[in-house]
Every structure is written in C-alpha cells, then in structure tokens.
Design a protein around this ligand. Structure first.
Ligand SMILES: Nc1nc2c(c(=O)[nH]1)N[C@H]1C(S)=C(S)[C@@H](COP(=O)(O)OP(=O)(O)OC[C@H]3O[C@@H](n4cnc5c(=O)[nH]c(N)nc54)[C@H](O)[C@@H]3O)O[C@H]1N2
Ligand SMILES: Nc1nc2c(c(=O)[nH]1)N[C@H]1C(S)=C(S)[C@@H](COP(=O)(O)OP(=O)(O)OC[C@H]3O[C@@H](n4cnc5c(=O)[nH]c(N)nc54)[C@H](O)[C@@H]3O)O[C@H]1N2
Ligand SMILES: [Mo]
Length: 762
C-alpha cells in the first residue's frame, strides 16, 4: 500500500526559493496570484464571469471560508483565496474513464497531492473492485444498488460510518443525517471533530450555545479585538476588511500567535487600487509571540491581574454568572515564574495586556485552530470565556466571542444535525418531523471511527465530501484502518488520496460543486448555508456543470436513501424535485428554522436565534454563564524535544494543494519544510536548507518522517512548524483534546535528527 509519495522520496532542495516574509497582506500581488491560477484553470472569459458571481445576492456563496459577507456588498469583494477556491472548482472534467484507464491506483498513489488535485474535476461515477488495479466507469443505478445492498447486509447499522466535510449545503446535510438515522446509526463523524469541536464544547457548557456571539457590525464598535491562534490573511482574507474597518473606527488589535502572520501586520485592500488609494493600513497594534500551548497560562495571568486591579463588571458578574468566587480563588495565587516560562513572555508584557483589556469597554475575541487543536483545547477557550465574563464582554454591542469557523458551511452542517452525539431534544424533534424512530445511542466521532475500523467494529465508510485519509491524523495507522473496510464510497468533486487507499470495494460518486447550476424537476435550485456568525442565506450555482454526468449532493443522498430504506416514512426522491420541500421538512424538524423558505429569500438571509447575543441570556443548566476552573497544561519538554504545530500554507485549502507558494512567509517551490528558530538551529548545528528527519513521541510510541528541509524563521525557541497534510504522519491518533477528542495537531512533541545534526555526529 503506497500512502504518501511526498514522504518517501528525497526532496529536491533546489526547488525551494526562500525570500523575506512579507509585511503587507493582499494588495496587487493577491490579485495577480489568484488571477494567474484562475486563468490557468478556467481561461479568461470564465474567469471574469465567475469572479463576478462570488458572494453576490443572486450568485453562489464562496466555497472558501465561513467568514460572513458584509450586508452592503460592493459589486465584488475581492478575496485571493476565495478566488482560488472558485477557480479550483471550476476546472475541466479531465478525471474521466480515459484518465483512470491510463493510471493504475498504485501509480496515482505515487503522485503528490498537488498533482492529484491539478488533474481536474471527476467526470463520472467510478468503481474499483476488490484488489482491482484501475477504477472503471459504473452507472449511477449500479452504484446505488451496490451501496444499498452492502448497507443492508451489514450485521448492524453501527458497522457503517458516514463522514461529512463542511462544504455540504444545509439541504444535503439535513437529508443525509435523516437518512443515516433512519437507517439506524448516529455514526456521523465530521471535519468539525478535527476543527472547532473544542470551541463548541467550551461554549456550550459556559454560555449555553456552541457558537460565537458577535455579528460583523460588532467589529465596528469594538475597542479591542484579540486575534488568537489564527492566520486570517491566509485562511479568512475577508476578515482583514472587517479588522481594517474596526481599526479605522479606533479599535486596537492584538495578535497572539507564535508566528508574526503577515495578514495582521499591514493590509492593503485590493479594491482600493480601483479607487486609486495606495495606502496600506497597519492592523495589529501588538504581536504577542506566545510559545505554542502557552495561551491558557497567558489568559490566567491576564484574568488574575484584572481581578486584582478590580477591572470587573460587577453587575454582570452578579446577575449573569456563576462560580466567580471559585474561579477568582483558583487563580489568586499564580506561579508567575511558570506563567512566564509557559508563555515565553515577560511579566511586563502580560501586565500591559491586562491593562489594555481591563480598560476596554468592548472586547471581541477571535480564534481558530491555534487554540482548538491542543490537549487543553476546551480549557483554553474557557479561559478566554472567563476573560469575557469578568468584563461583561458578551451580549452587547461591540463585544463577544468569535470562533472563526473553517469550511464554508461547517456550522450549518452541525445546526441541521451532522453530529455523532445529538441531544435528546434534537432527536425527539426529528422523530416528530420525520414520523420515524431514531437511534439514541451516540455514534463515533472521527478518532473513534478510525479506532472502530482498526478493531473490525466498522466495515463500511461513506464520505460526503472531504479527504478522510489526508485530513485525519496518523496517516499510516489511519490508512491501514481504512483499508480494512469492505467498501468505501466517496462523494467528491476532485481526486484525492482517500480515493487511492483501497478498501475492499471503492466507489466515487462525482457531484456538482457550489458554483454549478443545479436543475431538478421543478427547475433551477438554490441551496442554503450558515456562515460563521449564524446567518443563513441562499447560494445558487451559476456555472455550467463540469460534466453532464454529475449529480447534486441532495439528489445523491435521496437516491441512496430511496435504494436503502425499504420502510421509509419520507419520499426522498420527491423531496429532491424541489428543494423548497426539503426546507419545509427542516422547518418541521429543527428549531430556529420556522418559515425557512420565505425567510431565506430575504435579501441578506436571516439570523438563527442566539440567546447570549440577542438577549444576554444563557441556556445552561443553571441559566447563568459559568466561569470555568482548569489546571494549566503541562508544556514542559525534555532537553532534546521540540513542539511542532501543523499549519496551512497560503496556497492550499486543507488537503487541496493549489500551488507551492507560501507567499506571505516567503517560501516557494517546496512544502516539505520545517520552520525553526535560528538559535535552535545553531544549537543543533543546522544550516538553512539542511535536511533532517523528524520523530514524534507519544506515550512511548515513536513515529518517523524523513526528509524535511530546515528553514530559519521567526518562531519561539523549541517550537517548530510544518505544513499539514504532509506532517500528519507524525500526529498520533491517540493524542487528542480532553472532552472534544480533537487531534492535537498543534501540539506534537518531536525530536530532530539528520546528517548535519549533533545527534548524527555523536
Ligand atoms: N485559503 C484557505 N482558507 C481556509 C483553509 C485553508 O486551508 N486555506 N482552511 C479552512 C479551515 S477548515 C479552517 S479550520 C480555517 C483554519 O484557519 P487557521 O486556524 O487560521 O489555520 P492554521 O493554519 O491551522 O493556523 C493556525 C494559526 O494558529 C497559530 N498557532 C498554532 N499553535 C498555537 C498556539 O498554541 N497558540 C496560539 N496563540 N497560536 C497558535 C499558528 O501559528 C497559525 O497562525 O481556515 C479555513 N479557511
Ligand atoms: N495536521 C493537521 N490536520 C488537520 C488540520 C490541521 O490543522 N492540522 N485541520 C483539520 C481541519 S480544521 C479540518 S476542517 C479538516 C478538513 O478535512 P476535510 O474537510 O475532510 O478535507 P478537505 O481537504 O477540505 O477536503 C477536500 C476534498 O473535498 C472534496 N470536495 C470539495 N468541494 C466539494 C463539494 O462541494 N462537495 C463534495 N462532496 N466534495 C467536495 C474534494 O474532492 C476535495 O478533494 O482537516 C483537519 N486536519
Ligand atoms: Mo476546519
């Protein structure tokens, strides 16, 4: 079984170009970079036509990220990485039967992720028989008949696993989870398990809703904005516009990150060039170069100083919260030596931050993977919540919590039921709406699904989008687990590694992307999505489908259900004739979606109810917002150890590699790089471009990954960074966050060895 060629062949160091990291994000280089990719992938006419439709009221929601659109959109808010995401989807359908006849699965597995993605859109359903060498075309009918007879022959519905990636629309996601539960299981792991699960868990228990509490408008009224563990210049470029506007309205921006990410230094809005404005705006007032994993210590330090200085909203604390005394006592006597050591910061810096935050009238905290993908992912976010509760920074204008979601509809997917652990109230409503019994036993999340595959408890994997093999941790172990399945089915737009790690039988079902026209019996359909701030709105594809043989995700799910469920109370095929009927059923089954069809047709969609934001009300077990007490994580390292974080480059979308140019960080041509502090390099006697091997260590197990190129970078000592998915073979499956079970992709203990290191010379 070939897993990942990138790790097995020597890297060519000559292919790496290193320049200075950039200090200004976006601007003209962003336009040029994305235009080149768009032109290459779509040609000039389609490029212009397509980019004019992104995020427009009559167009489609950008499949890039979940950042919301401003209510008063300019004709087209340019976003480099959004443009790349669209261009990538709008490619020609070259991955067809001729392509699969030309390459065996093993040959394809030898190719890089970049190569696989650049081959184009998958054009037709394909089938790989057990032990087969090449995928072969299959009809839609035969594919569904094989899948449904497999599903109906499993010993138990719990032997099947149904994964979802977060691009799926509300309509498809709702039908999918309804089908899966009517079939009889809650085995609905999703990409959220690896992403913002820690945020959901931290927020549910403290403020009573697993979502953020701010709107875009709040950014215009905040006086301090924290951006923690997030790289918006690359991953949420349109957020920079909101930060710039906030800044122009007088907000201070504080960036807490081991890396000085470019997007937060200076920003030039590409649109301003059209208006002949050439100035860039300085964004972050402070960059706090925290050590990886030091955030809980930082926030405990800040919070204890705020309490000591009496910088509190006593009325809010009294009337709206619980456990203040206990929390206050728990951090009254902090070990400041440890706080400084864990954060890598001077005490003066922490005091200065506490002063700014103590004086602030309205704070917004934004965060992403730098907080969630840690062993204490839930606890560290609760520490951020504690800060907000101390100052009453929640449920009023200009203040609140803002977990910045990743995939464009990952939040909507969870709202409409993609969740392995649904609440009883959710299940009861579904049962009433669907007039069908649903399983109560909670199902498997991503990590537990992989374990179930390993031990034979799972035997069938269905993926609605995503790239299960490359997105999950522990590439070798996970691949071995997945290859034990007797069938793997992937609903996909592009070829990826998950299609190439062979289970018994494999089926690829190619689907329409969000940009494409979706015609059903009643005509041209639209779908709906929920953005990072709880707004549900329309998205309608406008491009001709890449191939005639593509089907929409709702249609695929409906056929799957109609073929598999023999006693269904729901006519799935009928529902798909007009997506309004799916939305009516959602209204019947999910609270907050009353009158869905008319409300979603409003110009800017509608907000879902959010008690903390709307009424400063907390639907927790005691009706109050809860302070949380958590011990600090152990971040000590042995003398030869480093902590690795796995991050995204500027030229990728998760496991989809658009190109090899991490422009802002000044690295081009090679992704197998490891960023290291120059002092650490000196200690290990390493020079720029030296080649090293990396080993990760967890609970006595060691994982090895060969051939990485060392690059000096402005990163705290004993911290290193490498790109995901290449570094995933170093992420141990069992290293997960407490409570959320999210893989600790930002905390991997490693040692370095190589021909030029001290280790080898000894
Ligand atoms: N173009 C593009 N857009 C995307 C994506 C993409 O791959 N490409 N992915 C989408 C998805 S699914 C998601 S979830 C988001 C991801 O968005 P991000 O979370 O911004 O993505 P990462 O690259 O994982 O970056 C994490 C950041 O956290 C920092 N960090 C790591 N460890 C720590 C720590 O211990 N403390 C602190 N304070 N910081 C730390 C890293 O230096 C890095 O800047 O983006 C979404 N948007
Ligand atoms: N080490 C490490 N691992 C990580 C992370 C990390 O930071 N570090 N981040 C984690 C995070 S935050 C996330 S969200 C996951 C991402 O995990 P996934 O969501 O599983 O991965 P993606 O790379 O986004 O999936 C890309 C594939 O989705 C398919 N696709 C694209 N658009 C569509 C569509 O419209 N419909 C359908 N059906 N398919 C489509 C294409 O075939 C493409 O190859 O990875 C996680 N893994
Ligand atoms: Mo994500």
């Amino acid at each position: 079984m070939v897993i990942n060629n990138d790790g097995l062949t020597p890297v060519d160091q000559n292919k790496l170009v290193i320049t200075k990291s950039k200090s200004t994000a976006a601007g003209i280089p962003a336009v040029i970079s994305s235009t080149i990719q768009s032109l290459k992938k779509m040609g000039p006419i389609k490029t212009i036509k397509t980019l004019k439709m992104v995020n427009q009221k009559a167009g489609f929601d950008c499949p890039g990220c979940a950042w919301p659109d401003p209510e008063h959109r300019s004709s087209f808010e340019f976003c480099e990485n959004g443009a790349k995401a669209v261009a990538d989807e709008a490619m020609k359908s070259n991955v067809n039967k001729a392509f699969f006849a030309k390459y065996t699965v093993n040959e394809l597995a030898e190719k890089s992720d970049f190569w696989l993605n650049s081959q184009g859109r998958i054009a037709e359903p394909m089938y790989l028989k057990k032990g087969g060498t090449n995928y072969q075309p299959i009809s839609w009918e035969d594919a569904f008949s094989m899948i449904s007879s497999k599903l109906n022959s499993l010993k138990s519905p719990n032997n099947a696993v149904f994964y979802t990636s977060g691009r799926t629309s509300n309509e498809a996601a709702f039908l999918y989870q309804a089908f899966v539960r009517m079939y009889g299981t809650n085995n609905l792991p999703d990409c959220s398990n690896m992403c913002h699960e820690s945020s959901g868990k931290a927020l549910e228990s403290t403020i009573g809703i697993g979502k953020g509490t701010v709107t875009l408008e709040d950014f215009n009224h905040a006086d301090t904005i924290l951006v923690i563990g997030q790289n918006p210049g690359t991953n949420h470029p349109r957020m920079l516009t909101a930060l710039r506007d906030a800044k122009l309205n007088g907000a201070q921006i504080i960036h807490i990150n081991p890396l000085p990410e470019t997007g937060l230094v200076r920003f030039k809005h590409p649109q301003d060039y059209m208006k002949l404005k050439f100035n860039s705006t300085k964004l972050a007032d402070f960059h706090i170069p925290i050590k990886i994993g030091g955030d809980a210590a930082l926030f405990q330090g800040i919070n204890s100083l705020m309490i000591m200085d009496g910088n509190l909203d006593n009325e809010f604390i009294q009337s709206k919260t619980s456990s203040f005394e206990d929390y206050s006592n728990s951090i009254a006597d902090l070990d400041w030596h440890r706080i400084c050591q864990d954060t890598g910061l001077e005490i003066g810096t922490i005091k200065q931050l506490a002063k700014i935050l103590g004086r602030s009238k309205s704070i917004i905290s934004c965060w992403a993977m730098g907080l969630t993908q840690h062993k204490n992912g839930v606890a560290v976010i609760q520490e951020v919540v504690n800060l907000h509760l101390l100052g009453g920074h929640i449920g009023r204008s200009g203040a609140g919590l803002c977990p910045v979601r990743g995939h464009s509809n990952v939040q909507g997917n969870r709202t409409v039921g993609i969740w392995e652990a649904p609440s009883d109230s959710f299940t009861e409503l579904m049962e009433i709406g669907l007039k069908h019994a649903m399983p109560r036993k909670h199902g498997l999340d991503v990590v537990n699904a992989i374990r179930a595959m390993e031990t034979g408890q799972a035997d069938f994997l269905f993926c609605l989008g995503g790239n299960f093999i490359s997105a999950t941790p522990d590439t070798k172990r996970t691949s071995a687990a997945v290859s034990k399945m007797s069938m793997g089915v992937h609903v996909s737009t592009k070829l990826n590694r998950s299609h190439l790690v062979q289970s018994g039988e494999m089926i690829i079902l190619p689907c329409l992307g969000r940009t494409e026209i979706d015609i059903q019996a009643s005509g041209h359909q639209f779908v709906t999505v929920e953005n990072s701030m709880g707004i549900v709105h329309k998205s309608q594809g406008r491009l001709q489908p890449a191939s005639k043989n593509l089907r929409s995700e709702p249609w695929i799910i409906a056929e799957l259900a109609a073929n598999t469920l023999l006693d269904s109370t729901i006519d799935f095929r009928k529902l798909v004739e007009n997506y309004d009927d799916i939305r009516t059923l959602i209204s019947d089954c999910i609270s907050g979606f009353e009158d869905y069809n008319s409300r979603v047709r409003a110009e800017n969609g509608f907000y879902l109810p959010n008690p903390p934001k709307d009424e400063c009300r907390f639907e927790t077990h005691n009706g109050l917002a809860n302070f949380s007490i958590n011990a600090l994580p152990n971040v000590e390292l042995e003398d030869d150890q480093f902590v690795m974080m796995t991050i995204r480059s500027h030229d990728q979308y998760n496991t989809t590699i658009y190109g090899l140019d991490d422009r802002y960080r000044g690295l081009k041509g090679n992704r197998r790089v490891v960023l290291m502090n120059p002092d650490d390099m000196l200690n290990l006697q390493l020079k720029t471009r030296d080649r090293v091997d990396i080993s990760s260590h967890f609970n006595g197990t060691v994982r090895n990954s060969k051939h990485w190129i060392v690059i000096p970078y402005k990163i705290p000592k004993r911290n290193i960074a490498a790109y995901f998915p290449e570094a995933n073979e170093l992420v141990p499956l069992d290293s997960t966050a407490d409570i959320s079970n999210t893989p600790t992709s930002k905390w991997i203990i490693c040692t370095i060895s190589g021909q030029n290191s001290i280790n080898e010379e000894e």
